[in-house]
Design a protein around this ligand. Structure first.
Ligand code: KIV
Length: 275
């Protein structure tokens, strides 16, 4: 059965943990969906892991729609959430609604995600009023990387922790259906999770969050440019891929591939007539 924002809310109420994974293409989304993940995030992390940028700043609406639509085609049961890229919602409430609408109409999202707290509450309110579910994102918000001065844990001082807690309450009040908490101390995330009625999804925020999310290339060992402390490797698919690529190259060089089983046949008498 298709998961919706209501499913996630019910899971929080029943104390069931929510699983979220990123995906950026049809075949990965299909595998994750078949594995039973509750929700798939088409993260703007695609800027890093798919497009090879050093941050998410250059990701466009067209990138998100293109990859989002592919994921939506592969996800039969998981709720698909598509990230709103940098400057697609910060500029105005109008831009936010128009761009969230495009992610739904063209990307076939079930919900959108945007970064920020009190400063983006007018956008959250307007998008929700347009009938589009919004997931908020606080803590280490990668679109503000230049303001943070790097990828650092957030909310360590009393003032910073209080700001994240207040922002969390503000985005809930504005109508967000869930909140991603990235790279914040476990005890702060636990307090926010207890205070909010909407589910929290943690990434580097400890086990008390209502759910967890990871970038799938990180958990499969497919991305080595940068590995944050909060990543757990569940497989070394990168090594498996590299070994398979090496064997393929070797077999081409040795004349082993393609083998007879990979060939198409034709009657010799036809070939003879061509000489
Ligand atoms: O872009 C992304 O993949 C994200 C997750 C890391 C939460 O926002």
């Amino acid at each position: 059965m298709k998961n919706t924002v209501v499913t996630l809310q019910q899971m929080k109420e029943k104390g069931e943990k929510i699983s979220m994974l990123t995906a950026y293409d049809y075949s990965t989304a299909k595998l994750e969906d078949e594995a039973g993940v509750n929700t798939i995030l088409v993260g703007d992390s695609l800027g890093n892991v798919i497009l090879g940028y050093e941050d998410t700043i250059s990701v466009t609406m067209e990138d998100m729609i293109h990859h989002g639509a592919a994921v939506a085609r592969g996800a039969k049961n998981a709720l698909v959430i598509i990230d709103m890229p940098f400057m697609s919602y910060q500029t105005s409430v109008y831009d936010a609604v128009v761009n969230a609408g495009r992610l739904m109409k063209e990307g076939r999202a079930g919900a959108v995600k945007l970064e920020g707290g009190a400063e983006v509450c007018p956008q959250i309110r307007a998008i929700v009023n347009a009938g589009i579910p919004v997931c908020a994102h606080l803590g280490l918000t990668p679109q503000s990387i230049n303001a943070f001065g790097g990828f650092k844990v957030q909310g360590k001082s009393e003032a910073a922790a209080r700001k994240i807690l207040e922002d969390a309450k503000a985005v809930q009040e504005a109508g967000a259906f869930a909140l991603v908490l990235e790279a914040v101390p476990r005890k702060l995330a636990a307090l926010i999770t207890k205070d909010l009625s909407i589910p929290t999804i943690g990434i580097g925020a400890g086990k008390e969050c209502d759910g967890q999310v990871l970038v799938y290339q990180d958990l499969l060992g497919m991305f080595s440019d940068f590995t944050p402390k909060f990543v757990k490797r569940y497989a070394e698919i990168g090594d498996i891929m590299k070994n398979a690529f090496r064997l393929y190259i070797e077999e081409i060089q040795n004349g082993v591939f393609p083998g007879e089983e990979n060939e198409y046949k034709i009657d010799d008498t036809i070939i003879e007539k061509l000489y």
